[in-house]
Ligand binder design. Sequence first.
Ligand SMILES: Nc1ncnc2c1ncn2[C@@H]1O[C@H](COP(=O)(O)OP(=O)(O)OP(=O)(O)O)[C@@H](O)[C@H]1O
Ligand SMILES: [Mg+2]
Length: 510
Amino acid sequence: MLASVLSYGLTGIEGYPMQVEVDCREGGMPTFETVGLPGAAVKESRERVRSALVNSHLRYPYGPTTVNLAPADVRKEGPRYDLPIALGLLAASKQLPLEPLKELLVLGELSLDGRLRPITGVLPMLIRARSDGVKKALLPVDNAREAACLEGMEIYGAESILSAVRFLRGEEKLEPMPLLSYDSLLKGTKPLCDLSQVRGQYAAKRALEIAASGGHNMLMIGPPGSGKTMLARCMPGILPPMGFEEALETTRIHSAAGSREGLVTQRPFRAPHHTASAAALVGGGRDAMPGEISKAHNGVLFLDELPEFPRIVLEALRQPMEDGVVHVSRVGAQCEYPARFSLICAMNPCPCGNFGSRTRRCRCTPQAIERYLNRVSGPLLDRIDLVVEMDFVPAEEALRDRSPGEDSETVRARVEKARAMARERYKGTGIYANAHLSGAQLEKHCALSGEADRLMQAAMAQMKLSMRAYTRVLKLARTLADMEQEDRIAEHHVAEALAYRGAGDKYWKG
Ligand SMILES: Nc1ncnc2c1ncn2[C@@H]1O[C@H](COP(=O)(O)OP(=O)(O)OP(=O)(O)O)[C@@H](O)[C@H]1O
Ligand SMILES: [Mg+2]
């Protein structure tokens, strides 16, 4: 007899519908064939299914059996089809009625004793299924909890194959997962470092707040021990929580990359080490996994000791920084992963670290300084909106100043206000921060007039700004205006934005 079970597959972060067809005849040679481009873990499914059924006192049908995973021209990976295959076998051998399987999405891995194990990538598959009109899903119970934030779908969680079978036979009642509201999922942030601990460095703190308010890219340059790493670690504490749509986008990536955390509600802060490979950073490898830049989607990518990153790795960032997506290819498939992140980087200005410092002497030759700075290419610098120079805060000065600085919570409240203004402006466009503006949106929302425009024209000519730099200055000025809750971009907003762009010239054009 023939049975068919609805399941879903995943290419990149896109789910696609899949039918698990099982044809099973009693009597004859006991053969088992899996067709439809199954990967190794899918082929091994047979062994897990057999043990799970036998150990659950269900009958494993011995006889010529064929399992087809349709569409047959896409490679299937992972153990997520154990449960649909097992249910298909039971239905094809008349141990289970066909009716309740209709239009029910089934996914899950089996352990040999029949328990259901959670699988990865559930949310992207369910999000797609929901938009395809699928109304019901049967999943391992851990995955069902993960998916409980999805409105418009009945999600059933089963502990074991036996429980799933009894549910489908109507012998056991399973309740669909209660829907979790997004607000109930928002967790408080536990930042690595609070801004109140950072002494002095007011300019850098302001730049960090601007970067957080508009999603801009920032570079901190200064001697060792000036607090660059410390300041970057304050970033998660001042970022506002993600909206539901943003959270879904980010979760799809994390879920496809193997995370079983459920909905990601906090903006990611990814800080890969400079020894990370290009594939780890931008994505790829054998399984075309999302890289750090995609995991940082809607959040922050922090590259500490920027010149230590291999050139090839830094250059690979250029295209995704412009487009907000990265194309990763592997044998037989191309995946597109979103990668819209705010890049925060830190570096010393020279090998000894003291070049440009007011208090310490640099011992590097001009050639050594130039070589060091040139490890960061011009095109990458062109994409940095805010450059801040940092110098030491001498310990005696820092200790004398006992007044408690502003804490992260206070700054975060201001950031949230600026972001709320932008969100309101871009409602329904899929843009969440000023840094993401482009084309017509940019012209519409960043129009300059009068003094602001004259200043911009003069600066363009004098600083010889590229067209890209020009648009980036505009977006930064937009954020500065938002921080003051101003609808119009004024001259002083443009002036401040230009200052942040020009701050690197001392090193790179000096
Ligand atoms: N402005 C500051 N306020 C308070 N503490 C500071 C400050 N700057 C540095 N420190 C202290 O010095 C330590 C080292 O700072 P941090 O690692 O941030 O320096 P850095 O600029 O990243 O140096 P490097 O260039 O060597 O990486 C911090 O952990 C902190 O304890
Ligand atoms: Mg550091």
